[in-house]
Design a protein around this ligand. Structure first.
Ligand SMILES: [Zn+2]
Length: 137
């Protein structure tokens, strides 16, 4: 190695520069300390980056869960409306007794109720897909 102060070549085992008397062991210690600090700051940087990545993943997950909830609300609200109409229709009774129209409306009402079930099922399916996608992020 070369002495950092005077530039003359010195043996690696020597503790003091023969030319200018500089304490080489102290210089070595300083260099090791700088290396350690540099490594530590790089590690800290990695930790910060990992944390930022985690934060943005959490945000995206949140959006997926929010969308799942919105979809569930929309589908269940629609199913509730259709189901209510269906129930009302299936309870229609004419005063004069059974008629073709009465049977027709009652059956149509049952179809509406079944359709409401289907809407709920579709809503749950889409919400489940969104939650799955959110968990994969
Ligand atoms: Zn020297």
């Amino acid at each position: 190695m070369f002495c950092p102060k005077c530039g003359s070549e010195v043996n690696n085992e020597e503790k003091i520069c023969q030319n200018c008397g500089l304490d080489l062991k102290e210089i070595e210690k300083e260099e090791n300390k700088l290396d350690y600090e540099k490594k530590e700051s790089i590690q800290n940087e990695h930790v910060v980056l990992a944390k930022e990545n985690e934060d943005s993943n959490g945000f995206i997950k949140g959006i997926y869960f929010l969308l799942a909830i919105i979809i569930l609300c929309i589908f269940f609200w629609g199913a509730y409306k259709v189901g209510t109409i269906g129930n009302d229709m299936s309870e229609i009774e004419s005063i004069s007794g059974d008629s073709i129209a009465e049977v027709y409306y009652q059956d149509l009402g049952k179809i509406y109720v079944a359709f409401a079930m289907l809407i709920r099922g579709i809503g749950i399916f889409f919400a489940a897909v969104l939650i799955k996608l959110g968990l994969m992020k």
